[in-house]
Design a protein around this ligand. Sequence first.
Ligand code: MN
Length: 502
Amino acid sequence: MPHPTDDIIRAMQSPSDEDQKAIQDAYEFAEKAHGEEKRKSGEPYIVHPTTIAKTLATLGMDRDTIIAGILHDTIEDTPVTADEIEQRFGKTVRFLVEGVTKLSKLKYRGVERHVESLRRLLVATASDIRVIIIKLADRLHNMETLKHVEPVEKRNRIALETREIYVPIAERLGIGLMKARLEDLAMKTLEPEKYAETERFLRERETAAKEPLGKAVNELRRALAESDMRDFSTESRVKNVHSYSTKLVRKDNDPDKVYDILAIRVIVPSVDDCYRVLGLVHKIWTPIPGRIKDYIAFPKPNGYRTLHTTVITPQKLIVEVQIRSEEMQQKSKFGVAAHFLYKQPSSEKPGKKGFMAHLLPHLLRITKHDDPAAPAPRWLKELNVAAEEYGENAEFREALAEDFFARRIFVFTPKGDVIDLPIGATAVDFAYAVHTDLVDRMAGAKVNGKLVPLDTELKRGDMIEIQTKKQPSAPNKKWLDFAKTASARRHIRARVKKYNAN
Ligand code: MN
């Protein structure tokens, strides 16, 4: 009997009968819970969680994560409670659904300097890598159906949030598949004309290259088979719209200088095989000088590993050949999710949370200086190393996790903007972080609706409202005794001096 979850099961790595039953059960539970609810597109609501679950299955996520994907909107949108979810699907599923629900409460207000904080907060709040991956899958489907959202301002806000928050997270998690889709969909909304034009160009290139590209792939496959390379697979790809258009700008807007519009990928079992294939490719085709890149010996900052070379085929086709091992292929598409493919940890095992605690400090290194071209921190590599060390040194793990949380707190403005402050910070630091001039107008502060002395230490999650006076004047010198951030203290000192001079 066909079941609406059949696509999900098919996308899973090696589903057991028990997995299948549990997933069908979750589907029926969610379908009933969402009832008559509809998406903006007019489709029954259940289509949305089902699509997300399929994405999660494609990413190789475990059963609990897939089930949590199916249930992800039930707590927020239906009468279903967390207790019911736990009773029926277990503690882990409850934990994941609650995590996603918590994240959906965070709002992006478009204040550029708070984007960084929100990304951090998102990652910190999630507290489990699987929650973030569910959230990314959720966002992907919301972006795919964004055209049904009205008005245009709301669409743009969601697209901007995707570009500023979710694309960088997908990128840092190394989930190439997700990153490319999300950034294209954001561009499609935010720059529709440029997107359409670029897409048209790429599709034309694709059509024109179809025949010679097919011939080239066949030629290469024959050569590989003849060199008794037993185990290999090939695929070809066209660059995604957003990454092509950014690259085009770097190449003086000259499409002929973008050599990797078309690429052929060769996937082989081992690193040794990769180098052998490179030799073979250069034997049958003419390499373009200066275009060989060994990202195996020198991985990109986000951990990407593959050999690249650009060649001209006898059909006069310029194409980039990307050679990688099966493991590199998985990692480049699925990023951290690939860990679930390789070491399927039992969902019953405690310590999954510990795994995340171990990864968090690495994920949180989302800094302002992360231009991919710059020598960025090799955080993903560290993350992979960290993942391997996991379980071996619990103390080290905890120390790392605590390190970040021991130093920072996140608090909110009345509008829901997130402000990231050091521990021990006060309303004065908060005011300075919100707006430099706010300190000069500050008369008092309310924390969670209550008036408090200005030297009160803020706590994680506090909502702070600064009360202002009409005329700015010199900040109180005494504030220097308790202002925690150096920038606020510097500002206060400078203003005190300035006002005294007048
Ligand atoms: Mn959703």
